[in-house]
Unconditional design. Structure first.
Ligand SMILES: NC(=O)c1ccc[n+]([C@@H]2O[C@H](COP(=O)([O-])OP(=O)(O)OC[C@H]3O[C@@H](n4cnc5c(N)ncnc54)[C@H](O)[C@@H]3O)[C@@H](O)[C@H]2O)c1
Length: 308
């Protein structure tokens, strides 16, 4: 079953899978034939939908960001905990094979203590600059990089951010709140420094990468290449690049749903939790304050601390 307040949107997805299309998400959530719910609605709807699912005891997969404020995060996570339901958040990089291998190498001690880190997201197209909600670059794009960096520095918590951002791709929309280019420096309590950057308009395709330099080694993950094939001819070297997130991250999207179903069946926590989403959100919110004040901002400790 697919629910969307826009009947055309619900029908176009439902028709591809022979599913039923409805306009009221609450009707879907409370339907007895629905065993689990995937929330891929606009971000501002996520927290209320998570609470509605928890109240009827349904497992939840929610796209990032799971909420847009720490208050909504606390409210929705409390409902999930009270109901004891599964909540997985759509941090797809955790399910990309190279990112997962990088994480496992770091956890296994292969690079020693992380010291310098970088993560980037470059999106190929900004089709509708007027339709981008304010602060999207931090709350919905760089939130992937914040989660990846926190996950790739697993023994540490973020303590401070400094962020700078601008509208370089669509400057005419800056006055109405668009930021399409950003750089963030994150300081961790183990001393590591991370740089996260994002652009909404990479001419060459969709580009997601990470690098972690540690005391005894370095790992890298991610690529903008569509395949590993490299063509060499009289003009030089050429490699095709991925043009969208589904093309680049298709396997990761599949793997995260496999994890969701497996976690439900095994009655365990999924690999990317609501608590992970809260930590990444705390970094994103500190970035917004940093851009507003032009100053480094302490990350909310109570939200950013990993429960160890
Ligand atoms: N993992 C990724 O890399 C990735 C990629 C793209 C989008 N996303 C996330 O997916 C979510 C959706 O993104 P989008 O660009 O499609 O957003 P969008 O704002 O275009 O909304 C998608 C649909 O949600 C519907 N909607 C709004 N309120 C709803 C509600 N209460 N119940 C049900 N449907 C509702 C809208 O009518 C629309 O059809 C966002 O949270 C976004 O950050 C994640």
């Amino acid at each position: 079953m697919v629910a969307d307040p826009r009947p055309d949107a619900a029908a176009s997805l439902a028709n591809r899978f022979g599913a039923k299309a409805i306009v009221d998400p609450l009707q879907l959530i409370t339907d007895n034939s629905v065993e689990a719910v995937v929330i891929a609605a606009s971000a501002e709807a996520h927290a209320d939908l998570i609470v509605a699912c928890a109240e009827v005891g349904k497992p939840i997969f929610c796209e990032k960001p799971a909420s847009l404020t720490l208050q909504d995060s606390a409210r929705s996570l409390a409902a999930v905990e009270a109901a004891g339901v599964t909540l997985q958040v759509g941090f797809n990089r955790r399910f990309a094979r190279d990112f997962r291998a990088a994480h496992e190498a770091i956890v296994g001690g292969a690079i020693g203590t992380p010291q310098l880190m970088r993560s980037l997201t470059r999106d190929p197209g900004l089709a509708n600059p007027g339709g981008v909600p304010p602060w999207t670059i931090f709350l919905q794009t760089l939130i992937h990089d914040f989660d990846a960096l926190l996950w790739l520095n697993p023994e540490a918590d973020p303590i401070e951010v400094y962020a700078t951002a601008d509208a370089l791709v669509a400057p005419d929309f800056k006055a109405s709140g668009l930021l399409d280019t950003a750089i963030v420096v994150i300081t961790f309590d183990n001393g590591a420094r991370a740089v996260a950057e994002a652009s909404f308009s990479a001419a060459y395709g969709y580009d997601v990468r990470a690098e972690v330099f540690g005391s005894v080694g370095m790992v890298t993950a991610g690529s903008d290449a569509r395949t590993a094939m490299v063509l060499r001819d009289a003009t030089g070297l050429r490699q095709e690049t991925a043009r969208g997130d589904v093309e680049l991250m298709g396997d990761a999207y599949t793997a995260e749903f496999v994890e969701f179903v497996t976690a439900i069946q095994q009655g365990r926590q999924p690999y990317a939790t609501g608590q992970d989403a809260r930590r990444a959100l705390a970094v994103a919110l500190a970035c917004i304050e940093s851009v507003e004040t032009h100053a480094p901002i302490a990350v909310d400790r109570s939200a950013a601390m990993l429960a160890r």
